[in-house]
Ligand binder design. Structure first.
Ligand code: LMR
Length: 328
């Protein structure tokens, strides 16, 4: 067995974490020969619930689960962490946009950034899930000056998975036949799910689907508004699919990306190669070297139509950055 890796999860008593923790512990992400130590954080008023989660984790007797620590303190939450999955945040309710949560959630990401900077392992990698995840990630990153900014990412994988499912259903194909799905920009209703560069069985998705109007309207809107549709139907936001996307995100980061495929993640822009303003946490087509390092795929062709869509989501992210300027 290898030496254990330490994974910190915030929002530990919430529904996303409940779907996430057991699958982090069972070896399906980091491998059957990779022990995992979990540090689970929750705010003081709910931390006692974690005693029950810890008992259940122990009762699974996963050979890959080394130990479980529960805490309500940021400093203890990230001590020695190799991965920090920042799930905890107030969720949105019906009729809200994710950015309506900025003032509620932003300060906790500042504090978590500080704690990560002070206490995490040198190779820490941070995935922000709590909404609005792009801008919360930006806040955490700015407050962790000792951590290289390419270690921070936010979750657009749920949007990618949603887009893949929609394209597969429309084409009468299997989900695994759909590749190269990029979500550009914000995890919000301005995101651009890039159907022009998506492929189905290696062919351009628009050629296979043959219905540009469906792609430009129904498809984009379904993916952009899927989170709200789930809240309307369930009365509460996505949980199992969000947790599944976090696991997919981490799995994509720790495995070398195959062939010329890519996956979606929001990472810090350096202004190139698509002209996205420097420092924004922005959804891009990404590849991994298999060691956790995620980089932007260069050379993806953007039509004028796509560039127009990118402008919209860029403007929204710039607006969010202005809105939280006091926290940066
Ligand atoms: C989602 O996309 O389902 C989550 O980000 C929750 C939400 O607020 O939509």
């Amino acid at each position: 067995m290898k030496s254990p890796i330490t994974v910190s999860i915030t929002g530990g008593a919430g529904q996303v974490a409940y779907s996430l923790l057991f699958r982090l512990a069972n070896g399906e992400v980091f491998g059957a020969d990779q022990p995992v130590s979990l540090i689970i954080k929750e705010v003081p008023q709910f931390v006692s619930k974690l005693e029950g989660v810890k008992m259940e984790l122990e009762d699974c007797a996963f050979p890959t689960l080394r130990d479980v620590t529960i805490t309500d303190s940021d400093e203890d939450a990230f001590r020695g962490a190799n991965w920090a999955l920042l799930v905890g945040a107030a969720p949105r309710g019906p009729g809200m946009e994710r950015k309506d949560l900025l003032t509620m959630n932003g300060a906790s990401f500042r504090d978590q950034g500080h704690a990560i900077s002070k206490t995490a392992a040198d190779d820490i990698r941070v995935v922000v899930v709590g909404n609005p995840c792009n801008t919360n990630c930006l806040i955490a990153m700015r407050h962790a000056p000792d951590v290289p900014r390419d270690r921070f990412s936010a979750l657009t994988r749920l949007d990618q998975n949603r887009a893949m499912a929609q394209l597969a259903q429309k084409a009468g194909a299997q989900v695994e036949d759909v590749t190269n799905v990029a979500i550009w920009g914000n995890h919000s209703s301005t995101q651009y799910p890039d159907f022009e560069n998506a492929r189905i069985n290696g062919k351009p998705a628009p050629d296979v689907i043959g219905d540009r109007s469906w792609l430009e309207n129904t498809f984009i809107e379904t993916v952009q508004k899927r989170g709200a549709a789930i809240i309307a139907a369930r009365g509460t936001s996505s949980a199992a699919s969000a947790a599944n996307a976090v696991l997919d995100h981490v799995r994509s980061a720790v495995n070398k990306t195959k062939g010329d495929n890519w996956f979606s993640a929001a990472i810090s822009s350096d202004g190139n190669p698509y002209g996205v303003p420097d420092g924004l946490i922005y959804g891009f087509p990404c590849r991994s070297d298999g060691k956790g390092d995620i980089t932007i795929v260069e050379g993806v062709i953007l039509s004028d139509y796509a560039k127009g869509k990118l402008d919209i989501t860029t403007q929204e992210l710039l607006g969010e950055r202005t809105d939280v300027s006091e926290l940066l």
